[in-house]
Design a protein around this ligand. Structure first.
Ligand SMILES: NC(=O)c1ccc[n+]([C@@H]2O[C@H](COP(=O)([O-])OP(=O)(O)OC[C@H]3O[C@@H](n4cnc5c(N)ncnc54)[C@H](OP(=O)(O)O)[C@@H]3O)[C@@H](O)[C@H]2O)c1
Length: 216
């Protein structure tokens, strides 16, 4: 499998790159800063310079061409204002939908967020973030692509536990970025998870079993 990750230098993205390479898959990581290229290479990926906020649709389609799946793992980050929630978290994810379609890539796995809601009330930056994420999710759900939307709880840099709780109604909680990456890797490998949207938090169930239960 050939996977292109938008936001390829993110912490989840780099871990996902390592996991996919370890099982023999090819990974392209789209990054916006040349100085991040070596980190992507060190994780086993091929870096491609691509700023999701400024790239044109054709150029983005060319960057994902040949992939079997795309992953959106970019994010404006906690230090950013409301505007970049729209240009990155929403705009980048939606541009990637158009690029995947144009390039004939059917599978799209999106890193969303617990609480994502297109109608989340409030004007504070976090509420805008939840709306931006929720609207990106809704556009992907309506896109006709074989999507899987993973909505992690609060991310930590803890060592992976390998155990999670996955589902539409699981209680709020935290999850290690490394466990989130493992959920994404598992989702990419299971076509039965196409069309599914679920929350992911730390829990008791081994990741493979939790994914299989959702898929079944
Ligand atoms: N923090 C939480 O608790 C939480 C909870 C649920 C979901 N999430 C979501 O989880 C996702 C990934 O989390 P993470 O911790 O792995 O994030 P991260 O380490 O902050 O990585 C995000 C990546 O997106 C990249 N990016 C930003 N703007 C870009 C642009 N215009 N073009 C290309 N790349 C761009 C960043 O690159 P630069 O270094 O160049 O900026 C960075 O490498 C995000 O979508 C986030 O919203 C977070």
């Amino acid at each position: 499998m050939n996977v292109t990750i938008a936001g390829g230098h993110g912490r989840i993205a780099l871990e996902l790159t390592r996991l996919l390479r370890a099982r023999g898959e090819m990974v392209r990581g789209l990054i916006r800063r040349p100085e991040h290229a070596d980190d992507v290479r060190a994780a086993g990926g091929e870096p491609v310079l691509c700023d999701l906020e400024t790239v044109g649709e054709e150029e983005l389609a060319a960057a994902v061409a040949g992939a079997d799946a795309v992953v959106f793992a970019a994010g404006a980050g906690p230090g950013s204002g409301a505007e970049r929630k729209w240009t990155v978290d929403y705009g980048g994810a939606v541009k990637l939908i158009a690029a995947a379609r144009a390039a004939g890539v059917d599978r799209y796995v999106l890193v969303s967020s617990i609480g994502a809601d297109p109608d989340a009330p409030g004007d504070d930056v976090f509420s805008v973030y939840l709306r931006a994420k929720g609207r990106a999710d809704a556009e992907l759900q309506a896109s006709g692509l074989a999507y899987t939307i993973v909505r992690p709880g609060a991310l930590t840099d803890d060592a992976p536990s390998g155990r999670v709780a996955l589902g539409e109604d699981v209680a709020r909680g935290a999850i290690a970025r490394a466990d989130t990456a493992a959920v994404l890797a598992g989702a990419l490998a299971d076509a039965r998870l196409a069309g599914r949207t679920f929350v992911a938090v730390g829990g008791e169930e081994p990741i493979a079993e939790a994914l299989a239960a959702l898929a079944g």
